[in-house]
Design a protein around this ligand. Sequence first.
Ligand code: ADP
Ligand code: MG
Length: 277
Amino acid sequence: MSSKVLKIDNLHVAIAGKEILKGVNLTIRQGEVHALMGPNGSGKSTLSYALMGHPNYEVSEGSVTLDGREMLELEPDERAKAGLFLAFQYPTSIPGVTVANFLRHAVTNVRNPERKEGEDLISMRDFRKEMRERMDELGMDPEFARRYLNEGFSGGEKKRAEVLQLSMLQPAFAVLDETDSGLDIDAVRIVAEGVNKVAARVSTGVLVITHYKRILDYIKPGFVHILYGGRIVESGGPELVDLLEKEGYDWVREKYPEAARDEDEMEQHAAAGQLAH
Ligand SMILES: Nc1ncnc2c1ncn2[C@@H]1O[C@H](COP(=O)(O)OP(=O)(O)O)[C@@H](O)[C@H]1O
Ligand SMILES: [Mg+2]
């Protein structure tokens, strides 16, 4: 099987005219699990939104290629069709659309990129069979598929719905932004185990974005990167997770004074923004 490559090269991203990412470089191959760690406000979510093409995130420089194809020129749905999946930190609810219905549309669009709005969806029979298998693999109650997407879902249920989506879409690359936030430890374990199963089955390349160690006890990264002041200052193996857990970011600040200055500046900017709201 050929292994695809996701390459982020010198990525600069601004929000509301303010530069947040200042040249991010990161290469992920299919089947690899990478963790991106960094303090609050270091730009982690900015990276995931920019990867997906959120209109508020302005890319001023750099490129993101999937097997050589530029992603930054594509609309968000085209990026999904190209094999990029993003689980948001704060998923929105879609009242009136069931989990099953949502998934059937999403799966059809990703598998049949040429489909026009209004054309046939994948057959209900095949879809249901596949969805049941996938829910079974994840230990999910089949009734869950009948509920309205994210409406009244607990934090854990939202994340499980996303893992089910991941499982059905089988993307080449998945970016999971703070998938552990707001979950109790059992929910973190269940979600992480689901991600592991899916990643192993379809050889997805995974980027886990987090500032807590705990999800990384279950989704074991082979590669760990530290985002600080809007760039990746350190890359290494799992030992970096323990180092951050034990020592915090003081040594990062000392080693990378320029990044530390930018990190402080972003923090002040964030504080000022909060006052203005
Ligand atoms: N919509 C926005 N408008 C203005 N500034 C923003 C917006 N979203 C994020 N920021 C700023 O961008 C910086 C990085 O935020 P974010 O990427 O969410 O960090 P992280 O996910 O690492 O906590 C912060 O300084 C934050 O205040
Ligand atoms: Mg974030």
